[in-house]
Design a protein around this ligand. Structure first.
Ligand SMILES: [Zn+2]
Length: 301
C-alpha cells in the first residue's frame, strides 16, 4: 500500500514536471524533420526573421543569428531541444535581422560562418550601421557588441556526420552579394534567408539587391529538390513558394523596362504597374512601389 502511494506520488510529480516543461516550450519552435528545427519570427518582439538549427551527432549548427534580443530567445529554445554544444552559426547574409545576434552565439561557443562576400559586406557595412544605431530600451544595440563572421567559404561548405548533411551554398548576388542558403539534401529542406520570401512584400528596394541576378538565382533555387522551404520571412512553405517571388520580380523588371522604353518616370511606373495580383509576394502596394523606384534607378544606370 505504501509502495503504491509512493508510486502514485512519483507519477503525479512526473506529470507535473512534464506539463511544466511543455508550457515552457516556445510554441514558435517546429521540428520539421528529426533533429531539424525552425524558430519562427515574432514581429511584436522585433524578432522579424525566422531562424533554425540542425542537431548533429556531436554539435549544433544554427541558421541565422537574428537580432541580439532574438538570439537570446533562440539560444534558450535550442537548449530546450538539445544539450549538445552550439559550434557554428551560419548567417544567410549580413543584414541586421539575420546577423546582429552573432556575438551571443560566439559567447555560447560558436563560430560564425558565411560566404566570403558576406564577411566583406559585414565588415564594410555593419560596422557603421551598428555605430549609427538609434535603438531604444531593449532594442539599443549598445548593450551588445558587433561580431563579424569568422569562417568564410566561396564555393560551398558541407557539414556531414553520416546522419545529417547540410550544404551551405552561395546564391548571390541576389538579395545581397553574399547570399547563401542551407540545403539539407536528405530531408529536402532549404533555409533560404531572404533569397525567397513567403509573405506579402519583398526586399527588392534594399540597396544591395541585384534585380536581374536575383531572378536567375531563383531559377537556380527552383532546380533544387525541395519539399520544405524555410524563408527568411513568412511562413514555412514548399517548392511552390519560389514561383510567386520569381514572377513578382520578373514582372516588375519587365514592366519597368517597358516603361523606360516609353519614356515614363519612376513615379509613373510605380503608380501604374500593378503587381498585387501576385499572391502573396505582390500584395504589399507600398513595398512594390518602393521596389519599382529602386529597380528603375538601377536599370537606368
Ligand atoms: Zn531579412
Amino acid at each position: 500500500m505504501k509502495r503504491a502511494a509512493s508510486l502514485l506520488a512519483f507519477l503525479v510529480l512526473l506529470v507535473v514536471a512534464f506539463y511544466r516543461d511543455a508550457s515552457s516550450q516556445s510554441n514558435l519552435v517546429r521540428e520539421i524533420a528529426p533533429g531539424v528545427f525552425v524558430r519562427l519570427a515574432e514581429p511584436d518582439k522585433k524578432i522579424i526573421a525566422n531562424a533554425g538549427w540542425v542537431v548533429f551527432r556531436d554539435y549544433v549548427l544554427a541558421i541565422d543569428a537574428n537580432y541580439p534580443w532574438g538570439a537570446r530567445l533562440i539560444l534558450a529554445d535550442i537548449r530546450r531541444t538539445t544539450s549538445k554544444p552550439i559550434r557554428f552559426v551560419f548567417d544567410t547574409h549580413y543584414h541586421a535581422d539575420h546577423a546582429f545576434g552573432n556575438s551571443l552565439f560566439v559567447d555560447s561557443g560558436a563560430a560564425v560562418v558565411c560566404t566570403e562576400d558576406c564577411m566583406e559586406e559585414s565588415r564594410r557595412k555593419n560596422t557603421p550601421a551598428w555605430k549609427g544605431d538609434k535603438g531604444e530600451a531593449e532594442f539599443d544595440l549598445k548593450q551588445w557588441r558587433l561580431e563579424h563572421p569568422q569562417l568564410g567559404f566561396t564555393n560551398r561548405m558541407v557539414f556531414d556526420d553520416g546522419a545529417h548533411r547540410v550544404e551551405l551554398i552561395p546564391m548571390g548576388p541576389a538579395h545581397t552579394r553574399g547570399d547563401a542558403i542551407a540545403y539539407l539534401p536528405k530531408e529536402r529542406i532549404a533555409f533560404t534567408g531572404d533569397l525567397c520570401g513567403t509573405r506579402a512584400g519583398n526586399n527588392m528596394a534594399d540597396p544591395d539587391a541585384d534585380p536581374e541576378n536575383w531572378v536567375r538565382s531563383l531559377d537556380r533555387l527552383s532546380r533544387f529538390d525541395i519539399a520544405t522551404l524555410v524563408p527568411g520571412h513568412g511562413p514555412i512553405g514548399g517548392h511552390n513558394a519560389i514561383a510567386p517571388q520569381r514572377l513578382l520580380f520578373s514582372t516588375m523588371i519587365d514592366g519597368i523596362r517597358a516603361g523606360i522604353a516609353r519614356g515614363e518616370s519612376a513615379d509613373h511606373i510605380a503608380q501604374s504597374l500593378d503587381l498585387t495580383g501576385i499572391h502573396p509576394n505582390g500584395e504589399d502596394v507600398a513595398r512594390n512601389q518602393a521596389s519599382i523606384k529602386a529597380v528603375y534607378a538601377k536599370l537606368r544606370k
